[in-house]
Design a binder for this molecule. Structure first.
Ligand SMILES: [Zn+2]
Length: 411
């Protein structure tokens, strides 16, 4: 048996009183975090001086002190579940250990200006298909029916706000037998980030940017212009800013939804998925918006593939960064001197192959020689060798175009 942690995030549909309670909880969590941070950082500063008797308080120490204060000037805290500040202090502990282990920078104060934030609850939480029971808040309706696992053991839930909408992430523990995971059949596939699409799979499946986004982007420009015209500090400006935030969120959710479906499809149906080793952090450095979005989308795709392949018993393999997946011919193995970024079509000087640039790269990834070495067990269908032609010789038109095959995958 093996324990898997899974998180299910969906939107809440709280009524007015519940919204007020959610704000109070988020406020209490933020307060506790900042209060604990102030205390801890003072002591941290003292500790730099020779002062051996001072010990950094733990989450438990801080919570005890907070409970004492609650009886006095912090009586408003009685209105919120004690979990919210408690979990915030635990988060703070984690932030400090990350800092001391050189994994993160010194924790920052949580500012209201940067959003309401989130809070975590544990304890008496139960789930029905269309609602969730939260301590101190009661039954809150969910926007999506039947998404949450009703019977799984709930570890904790995290509630967060974004553009005045509330989301709940339910973290559950699932016990799974390793043997029960059956590897999906089929050949190894390579997935490459596309130039115009979000991703291209070596079996000609394409993850397009959702079509509706074009309309949203026009609207986005309009709203941005609208915001600029409004007077600073006016309520019109606030309304315009909120409308912009809502639209940005809708765009983000639409894209995320497409990515979710795509990665689930891959992890469920492909036994081995090979991706390129790209340093996402390095890529983020550019200021071109479309490029930045594509980078972010690709980062999200690889992040999701990483955990979903584990869920569904398939494998994710990263080809090493020196493998010339874009410059290599996926039919004969010839490696081109150069393949400029703007070039949409791959043309092989050696065998005459003409193929879409991204599809050629994805097919090369599927053929990465390291796959067999990385895998412990051989895959049904086998790892295809370079000698075997993967792409049909070019037809009358001379190009193999993407998106006409039955494998086209659209959101
Ligand atoms: Zn060739």
């Amino acid at each position: 048996m093996m324990k898997l942690l899974r998180s299910y995030k969906t939107e809440l549909a709280p009524d007015e009183a519940q919204v007020a309670a959610l704000y109070r909880h988020a406020g209490a969590a933020r307060f506790a975090y900042n209060w604990g941070l102030e205390w801890k950082s003072n002591i941290h500063l003292f500790n730099m001086l020779p002062h051996p008797k001072l010990k950094t308080p733990t989450a438990v120490d801080l919570h005890r002190e907070l409970v004492r204060l609650k009886k006095g000037k912090l009586s408003w805290m009685y209105e919120v579940s004690k979990c919210a500040p408690q979990e915030a202090l635990r988060d703070l502990d984690a932030a400090f250990s990350n800092f001391f282990a050189h994994r993160a920078s010194f924790p920052n104060f949580k500012s209201r200006k940067r959003g309401v934030g989130s809070f975590t609850l544990t304890g008496a939480i139960s789930v029905r298909p269309a609602e969730i029971h939260l301590p101190r808040i009661g039954w809150v309706r969910l926007k999506e029916r039947g998404y949450k696992p009703c019977r799984a053991h709930i570890n904790s839930i995290t509630i967060s706000e974004r553009a005045k909408r509330w989301y709940v992430a339910v973290n559950v523990v699932i016990e799974e037998r390793r043997e029960e995971l059956t590897t999906p059949p089929g050949p190894v596939v390579g997935v490459d980030r596309g130039l115009n699409s979000l991703a291209v799979v070596s079996d000609e499946t394409v993850l397009e940017n959702p079509r509706v986004l074009h309309r949203y982007e026009r609207k986005l420009k309009h709203l941005q212009r609208n915001l600029c015209r409004k007077q600073k500090g006016s309520s019109n400006r606030r309304r315009a800013r909120e409308a912009l935030a809502r639209l940005n969120m809708r765009i983000r959710n639409t894209r995320l939804d497409a990515i979710q479906k795509f990665t689930t499809m891959l992890a469920k149906t492909k036994p081995v998925i090979v991706v390129e080793d790209l340093d996402v952090k390095n890529m983020m450095g550019n200021h071109h918006l479309a490029k930045a979005i594509a980078d972010a989308a690709w980062g999200e795709i690889s992040r999701q593939l990483r955990y979903k392949t584990e869920w569904y018993g398939s494998a994710l393999i990263t080809a090493d960064r020196w493998y010339p997946s874009t410059k290599r011919c996926s039919r004969c193995g010839h490696v081109k001197e150069e393949m400029p970024l703007g070039e949409r079509v791959f043309r092989c000087e050696a065998c005459g192959l003409v193929a879409d640039r991204d599809l050629n790269a994805a097919r090369n990834l599927a053929e990465w020689p390291g796959v067999a070495r990385t895998l412990k067990t051989p895959v049904e269908g086998g790892v295809q060798s370079t000698a075997k032609p993967l792409i049909q010789p070019p037809g009358e038109s001379g190009t193999i175009s993407l998106g006409r095959g039955p494998g086209r995958w659209m959101s």
